[in-house]
Design a protein around this ligand. Structure first.
Ligand SMILES: COc1cccc(N2C=Cc3cc(S(N)(=O)=O)sc3S2(=O)=O)c1
Ligand SMILES: [Zn+2]
Length: 260
């Protein structure tokens, strides 16, 4: 599927034709309504201990902008929160819209953020990433909402400065000495629920940890993201925007909050 021209890429409504899991009972993203959220005082705080040296490259794969980390040993790990054990950071990527009023995948009390950053971690007790995909506790994704404001976080600058080197699909550039925990907002408050990858193959192996406090980006930082192309360098520019999946049925799942 990855290397077919765009016109053959079916949208989210048709993913289930090739990936039956896309119609499962634990799909992501979802709408979170505070009135249905249950505060769970037993939820521990989460901790990330990332090694800046683990950052390797940044790439445009035609569907998102992704930073890849060395996950060959417990070098950059996430612990605590709803998790048991240490989960290894594998990659981070973003989802964003064609304008500032939408772009996030999860929707909070009806609010769509301009973008949503995902930090993907996997549970090494399952041997490797492919093995972790098949387990309900295989993967943990930290989601951070991005909203457009006047006091942009300087830390996002580093990722967005690299955009010029990965404008077209397939472009990759070295991206080293980067500690993604600088992107975390001040508050550690989070929601957590069990769900899936928001793109095919849509496996239901993800413990989602969504941070309540958004981080700020500037309007021209958003414009920078939108200047990426879905196409290769010798094809027509096709703005890489609206790479978000719409909210999926909650199907009785309970979203827990670490805060009151
Ligand atoms: C076997 O290769 C696989 C198997 C499963 C997922 C992936 N990946 C591609 C999409 C994808 C979507 C993610 S999201 N938006 O839910 O955080 S995380 C992720 S991925 O791990 O990079 C690669
Ligand atoms: Zn994602």
């Amino acid at each position: 599927v990855g290397d077919l021209p765009l016109r053959f890429h079916p949208g989210p409504e048709r993913w289930h034709e090739n990936y039956p899991m896309a119609k499962g009972d634990k799909q992501s993203p979802i709408e979170i309504n505070s009135k249905d959220v249950r505060h769970d005082s037993s939820l521990a705080p989460w901790h990330a201990s990332y090694d800046p040296g683990a950052a390797k490259t940044i790439l445009n794969n035609g569907r998102t902008c992704r930073v890849v980390f060395d996950d060959s040993f417990d070098r950059s790990v996430l612990r605590g929160g709803p998790l048991t054990g240490a989960y290894r950071l594998r990659q981070l990527h973003l989802h964003w819209g064609s304008s500032d009023d939408h772009g996030s995948e999860h929707v909070i009390d009806g609010v769509k953020y301009a973008a949503e950053l995902h930090m993907v971690h996997w549970n090494p007790k399952h041997g490797n990433f492919a093995g972790a995909l098949k387990q309900p506790d295989g993967v943990a994704v930290v989601g951070i909402f991005l909203k457009v404001g006047k006091t942009p976080k300087p830390e996002m600058k580093r990722i967005l400065e690299e955009i010029d080197n990965i404008k077209t699909k397939g472009k990759e550039a070295p991206f080293q000495h980067f500690d993604p925990s600088i992107l975390f907002p001040k508050s550690r408050d989070y929601w957590t629920y069990h769900g899936s990858f928001t793109t095919p193959p849509c496996e239901e192996c993800i413990t989602w940890i969504l941070l309540r406090e958004p981080i700020e980006v500037s309007p021209d930082q958003m414009a920078k993201l939108r200047s990426l192309s879905k196409n290769g360098e010798n094809e027509a520019m096709n703005p890489l925007v609206d790479n978000w999946r719409p909210p999926q049925p909650v199907k009785g799942r309970v979203v827990r909050a670490s805060f009151k």
